[in-house]
Ligand binder design. Structure first.
Ligand code: NIG
Ligand code: FE
Length: 415
């Protein structure tokens, strides 16, 4: 095997470098190379630039040259920074009931909702869950998603949450996609827990957190702050403990009612996700903070409700990443690219803002500094679309899928 790989030429190589970390992004701020190439050494980008120049300057006997014919647009591998793809069972019945007029919360109160998925997921073995995660991750990979955050949260006991997090780790070893795990033991109060919210969170933080650290199962703690889930007063001690132990915090915030985003800001969370119910007050608070807003258009499409106010958050100076929230309840579609494009049309986001939301800004939402941009030193994770302009990608709303997906310098999917 040769030391380097050179691939190109690409009609456009969109690097996502040099973009503002927060606030709006105009399309003309994108750095675009024409007739470009990427030089790869092992799994890392060694150089980018004009394909002809790279070819001329590279040591021919040390380089495998992959010369493409036709028009291609090259973009960083996409990053889905919020999913729940570790689950078993279907909630098609919930979906039917919602469309027939029942609310998400009414369904949960009558025994459906998250608890239903907890029952199904507890019945599944760790191996079965691993297999399901790998299948779902590989489906996302075909649409160019090369990094996926995956939450626990359908176990809701120390043992069952560990089963989920072990399954996520095993799946990470079996798929080409990188999986970033998060502990969402504070999803809802489990129906079979004897005691109250405070006692449950104490049990989790005292018994589960140390194991998460010892086994290096995750570095991220998530909480669903909502009526019917956990209230701010319940979660502050839990989150303080998590922070003191060195975990990053992320919050399911302002999905149906406000208060979660304030918790996120007060706890200096890395992200506040959902925000469909955020009003101008929450938008301003978030935009003034370092918390990254993660819009979850798949949950809006799954529940038939408003999109997160992404435009207003950006205009107020905040940062917006976009995720699929793929889960069996609120967001069963699991198609990040389609959802990000649709969010763009409804929220009036520039294509640069949409693409940043699933590349460099999504990387920041997961604290990943080695991906999300195509520059020297970054992981060689990239997508090739058969197109002559990056505008084609958002325009096709998810039906233009990458014809090649490269992960860490290796072609992992071709269509
Ligand atoms: O992000 N809101 C809380 N959690 C998930 C839904 C989980 C479920 O319904 O199973 C969400 O929408
Ligand atoms: Fe979620």
């Amino acid at each position: 095997m040769k030391k380097y790989k050179l691939i190109g030429p690409f009609t456009q190589l969109v690097t996502m470098e040099g973009l503002p970390k927060r606030g709006p992004i105009q399309d003309n701020e994108l750095t675009i190379y024409s007739n470009a190439g990427i030089l790869i050494k092992n799994d890392i980008i060694s150089d980018i630039g004009s394909f002809a120049d790279l070819k001329k300057n590279t040591a021919i006997n040390e380089t495998e040259i992959i010369e493409l014919s036709g028009k291609y647009v090259c973009l960083p591998g996409f990053i889905d920074p919020h999913t729940h793809i570790c689950f078993s069972g279907s909630r098609a019945q919930d979906y039917a009931l919602r469309n027939a007029g029942k609310s998400y919360q009414e369904i949960a109160e009558s025994g459906g909702g998250i608890w239903d998925t907890v029952i199904q997921t507890r019945k599944a073995s760790e191996q079965e869950l691993t297999k399901k995660i790998v299948q779902r991750a590989n489906t996302l990979l075909q649409k160019g998603i090369t990094t996926i955050e995956v939450k626990s949260g359908y176990g809701l006991s120390v043992e069952e949450e560990l089963k989920m997090l072990h399954a996520i780790r095993s799946a990470d070893n079996l798929t080409k996609v990188d999986l970033v795990s998060t502990c969402l033991a504070a999803h809802i109060l489990p129906n079979d827990f004897i005691g109250n919210h405070k006692q449950y969170l104490e049990t989790i933080s005292n018994s589960l957190f140390p194991i998460l650290k010892k086994e290096k199962l995750t570095n991220r703690i998530d909480v669903f702050v909502e009526k019917g889930a956990f209230l701010p007063t319940d979660v502050y001690p839990y989150l303080k403990k998590a922070k003191a132990m060195g975990f990053d915090i992320t919050i399911h915030a302002d999905q149906f009612s406000t208060s979660g985003s304030e918790v996120a800001v007060k706890m200096n969370a890395i992200s506040a996700d959902h925000l469909e119910a955020s009003t101008d007050k929450e938008i301003q608070t978030l935009a003034k903070s370092n918390v990254i807003a993660i819009a979850l258009p798949g949950a809006s499409l799954g529940l038939g409700c408003d999109f997160a106010p992404a435009r207003k958050i950006l205009d107020a100076g905040g940062t917006v990443a976009i995720a699929s929230d793929w889960n069996p309840g609120s967001a069963p579609m699991g198609d990040l690219l389609t959802q990000a494009c649709i969010l763009g049309t409804f929220e009036k986001l520039t294509n640069a803002e949409v693409l940043a939301g699933i590349t460099n800004r999504a990387a920041s939402a997961l604290n990943l500094t080695d991906r999300g941009k195509l520059i020297k030193g970054m992981k060689a994770d990239f997508n090739l679309f058969k197109a002559d302009h990056y505008n084609e990608i958002c325009y096709h709303q998810g039906t233009l899928i990458p014809s090649q997906v490269w992960k860490q310098g290796v072609l992992v999917h071709k269509s």
